[in-house]
Design a protein around this ligand. Structure first.
Ligand code: G
Ligand code: MN
Length: 389
């Protein structure tokens, strides 16, 4: 439970002064007001004037100012009417871009309860930690949220795309590339860890927009007879910037297939087909990803009528040794043929898996056997396709 203050805090406003000397925030003092406008002043004296003129409630000292104890002490003395929060320098870059903080600033709490709940929104894991009676707890909350956001923002700056070929064994060529997220950031051990954090901070759209920008930037080097598969998170379907000129992939929509994972149909199932239709109207095609991974199964095919169906690698693994898996693939191929969808089998790792899939009538294959995801658009050595027929 968030501690709700009894009386005094009814007068708390959300005006916050962010002082940052140096760093990417810019030199000087920013007074961020509830209407989102920012006053920029270059001296400590100007900050102090603004604190009293604008009834600032919370002063955030960010950037190298933190290490300057004299500044901190001066501010602490002069802004006794406001809570003072000193951010660790690592949290300072990008603070002014912190979407949570900014969204928070843009909203006007009408009661202490609302203020407390706004604070708890900043807290992802334990809302019980913050109390507006205790500036230090608010400070901890904002610091943590801000550090997490900054880390993610930095990881997005270091994001790059790997591409993995999808081959047609019949045509003995690469017919598609799947774009896969990679980051150089040391903060995240894997792309999944980055996605998990983005989801926790409600910033999946940021990740996906960055991905679309990167993929679009590389599109001129895609071989002209290949399409590009781009993974979508289910929440991306509800990002309007996917549908208009803000989507840098729009000019090449006819070569782009968005992969929607099968799990997507579980949540907000009602609206998904509509959003998918809007994507199609703009020329994009749709793939259902990870089919058979264990979620909602086949109903998603009827709902989305995907141009491409990607069979999850859990079914492909050791398919040469499992009659049951072979039966599953046989019926998926049959069904896809009926529905007019192309099947891609993912995660083909061995020659035997490849041959079993070819024998079952599969044509489009993807996996380490052919090529690992790498920078750029690599070709697949002819030997990997097997004997020419
Ligand atoms: O969910 P999705 O199909 O988008 O996941 C693709 C992931 O699978 C990528 O991270 C990619 O690196 C990985 N991958 C691609 N081919 C293979 C493969 O042959 N074996 C395994 N184990 N992983 C693969
Ligand atoms: Mn995929």
């Amino acid at each position: 439970m968030t501690t709700v203050p009894s009386t005094a805090s009814t007068t708390l406003r959300k005006t916050i002064a962010i002082c940052a000397a140096g760093h990417s925030v810019g030199t000087g003092v920013h007074v961020v007001r509830p209407d989102d406008s920012v006053l920029h002043c270059t001296t400590l004296a100007a900050l102090l004037r603004n604190v009293s003129e604008h009834s600032v409630d919370l002063v955030v000292l960010a950037g190298p100012a933190h290490s300057d104890e004299r500044t901190v002490a001066a501010v602490r003395l002069s802004v006794s009417s406001a809570a003072l929060l000193v951010l660790r320098p690592t949290a300072a870059p990008g603070l002014h871009r912190d979407p949570v903080l900014n969204a928070w600033l843009a909203r006007e709490p009408e009661s202490p309860e609302q203020f407390a709940s706004l604070i708890s929104e900043l807290l992802d894991d334990d809302p019980a930690e913050a109390s507006v009676d205790d500036p230090a707890s608010v400070s901890r909350v904002i610091t943590r949220a801000s550090i997490a956001h900054t880390r993610l923002t930095q990881a997005l700056d270091q994001l790059w795309m790997a591409f993995q070929p999808v081959v047609s064994v019949r045509e003995r060529r690469v017919c598609a590339y799947e774009a896969l997220l990679r980051t150089r950031s040391e903060e995240f051990s894997s792309p999944l860890a980055l996605l998990h954090e983005a989801s926790r901070l409600d910033r999946i759209w940021d990740v996906s927009r960055t991905v679309r920008g990167q993929v679009a930037g590389e599109c001129s080097s895609v071989p002209s007879d290949a399409i590009v598969l781009v993974n979508l998170h289910v929440s991306d379907l509800f990002d309007d910037s996917l549908l208009d000129e803000r989507n840098p992939l729009l000019p090449m929509a006819s070569s782009v297939v968005f992969e929607v994972t099968e799990q997507a149909s579980i949540r907000c199932a009602d609206e998904i087909p509509d959003r998918v239709r809007l994507l199609r109207e703009r020329g994009f095609r749709i793939a259902v990803d990870d089919l058979g991974a264990g979620y909602s199964a086949l109903s998603v095919l009827a709902e989305l009528e995907p141009e491409i169906v990607k069979v999850d690698m859990s079914i492909i693994r050791d398919i040469d040794r499992s009659l049951t898996k072979q039966r599953v693939i046989r019926s998926i191929v049959h069904l896809a043929l009926d529905l007019g969808s192309t099947v891609i089998c993912e995660g083909v790792e061995t020659e035997r898996e490849r041959d079993a899939l070819i024998a079952l009538g599969c044509d489009w294959l993807q996996g380490y056997w052919f090529a690992r995801p790498t920078r750029g658009f690599v070709d697949v050595p002819s030997a990997r396709f097997g004997e020419a027929t």
